[in-house]
Ligand binder design. Structure first.
Ligand code: SF4
Length: 458
């Protein structure tokens, strides 16, 4: 949809609500960028919106319910503002398609995960015809080649960068391969260019995104691995810090582990989802590793980079999970002692293989297991945080503390949040902070030294 030359578009208000993963966050940024030339300006107050864009998530039942009740609650706003357009995109939209429009007659359009790049055309259609639209392209678009300068507000210090999309793994509980399609990697040259643009505009840390970044490079004409990509980013761009997510344990190579020791810019934190400590559960999940394979990789990683922070995902109550299986998961947790954990109770996701599995675990038993596991992990996380007290860590200052107590906040290379007294002018700088206290979710400290003098683009 093009504007005549010289015509300045009228300012329209876009409200974006993103549910779910960082890939959805990235897609929402793309929508903001694609709609900006049409005069859409993002607002934080939904009441001001002319267009509401909902990026939905169906990875867990709870997330999907949240999305559906959010859409339902928008009916009243639409009644008060009939010109308001409401678009649902993302995984729920991809899965339910036209059924979403049937269920919510105040919804104007449904855009599947492969259709986000077509948002401007969808809007044009519904505005011109005053009708409704379903956009569910079947073909997988290439991984978008974005110009980072247009994606972010000046002042953003950290930014996600998509390196690959889709997944070939088909874990039996997961909807991603169906809604995001097969793996596609983005050429390294495009990624490097985007990161250079981001760095020039003030971004200091990039988060390399993909459903399984460890398999980056498959299908590309150039011979690149994910470890090779990290080395190139570190060597060829001025970015200060590199993080990545998410990794499949079966694809974690020695070469990538070596990066944590060799590449200074790579933050010393790995999120490595294990999901269960029981081999029979892992086999039913189609994870293609055993608990001992996983532990062996962790030991190898820790021998290469002893102080790496390790986080993971666990699903409890997977179909057929016995008390003994659950004990194996608790044993694995004791052996590995993760720095932090994201844990969930299993719920059926329509369209996945596991949804058809018999032997569902009683939800009450699943809940009890989850409570036990989370209580154990909370203690381990707190102990790990307490072990930081007295250490001096390099912290990238990201902004005001969430506690709104006048303090500033930043993160260590190990991805721990630290709050401390500092002038706001230090935002974006890396400082040495001595850790003086630890809580369940954060640390506190005092600045004891400066690490860098930063000039964007240098
Ligand atoms: S690796 Fe498994 S859990 Fe992760 S996106 Fe692919 S199918 Fe889903």
């Amino acid at each position: 949809m093009s504007m005549p030359v010289g015509v300045r578009p009228k300012s329209l208000h876009l409200y974006i609500r993103t549910f779910g993963c960082q890939m959805n966050e990235y897609d929402s940024l793309r929508v903001r960028r694609l709609l900006a030339p049409l005069g859409y300006e993002t607002v934080a107050d939904i009441e001001e919106a002319d267009l509401i864009f909902l990026n939905t998530c169906s990875v867990r039942e709870k997330a999907e319910q949240k999305v559906l009740s959010f859409i339902g609650a928008l009916r009243r706003l639409k009644e008060r503002k009939p010109h308001l357009k409401i678009v649902a995109a993302g995984c729920v939209a991809q899965q339910l398609g036209g059924k979403l429009l049937n269920r919510f007659d105040h919804l104007d359009a449904v855009v599947g995960t492969r259709g986000v790049g077509l948002i401007a055309q969808v809007l044009e259609k519904i505005q011109k015809t005053n009708g409704r639209s379903v956009c569910l392209p079947e073909e997988n678009p290439p991984v978008p080649d974005e110009d980072g300068r247009e994606m972010f507000d000046s002042g953003d210090l950290t930014a996600p960068v998509t390196v690959m999309q889709g997944c070939n793994n088909f874990c039996t509980y997961c909807i991603v391969p169906y809604v995001r399609g097969p793996e596609r990697s983005r050429p390294a040259v495009d990624i490097l260019h985007e990161i250079e643009c981001l760095e020039a505009s003030g971004v200091r840390e990039v988060l390399l995104l993909g459903q399984n970044v460890n398999s980056y490079g498959r299908g590309l004409s150039e011979d690149t691995t994910f470890a090779g990509l990290i080395r190139r980013i570190a060597g060829e761009t001025g970015i200060t810090r590199i993080r990545f997510t998410t990794s499949h344990p079966k694809d974690l190579t020695d070469d990538l582990m070596g990066c944590f020791a060799e590449v200074n810019k790579l933050c010393k934190h790995l999120h490595l989802p294990v999901q269960s400590g029981s081999n029979s559960v892992l086999a039913r999940m189609n994870r293609r590793y055993t608990a001992s394979d996983y532990i062996a990789k962790v030991e190898r990683l820790r021998s290469i980079c002893p102080d790496i922070a390790l986080t993971s995902d666990i699903i409890v109550g997977f179909p057929g999970e016995t008390e003994e299986d659950f004990r194996m998961t608790m044993d694995l947790l004791e052996k590995v002692r993760f720095d932090n954990l994201f844990s969930f109770r299993y719920s059926d996701r329509p369209g996945t293989k596991a949804a058809g599995f018999a032997e569902k675990v009683d939800p009450e038993i699943g809940l009890q297991r989850l409570i036990e596991l989370q209580a154990y992990q909370a203690e381990v996380t707190l102990r790990k945080n307490l072990a930081e007290v007295g250490l001096v860590r390099e912290v990238l200052i990201e902004g005001s503390s969430r506690a709104s107590n006048g303090q500033m906040s930043g993160r260590t290379t190990h991805n721990r949040i630290v709050n401390f007294d500092a002038s706001p002018v230090l935002c974006g700088k890396i400082q040495q902070v001595k850790i003086t206290g630890a809580y369940s979710h954060s640390l506190k400290g005092d600045i004891v030294g400066r690490v860098d003098v930063y000039m964007p683009g240098k």
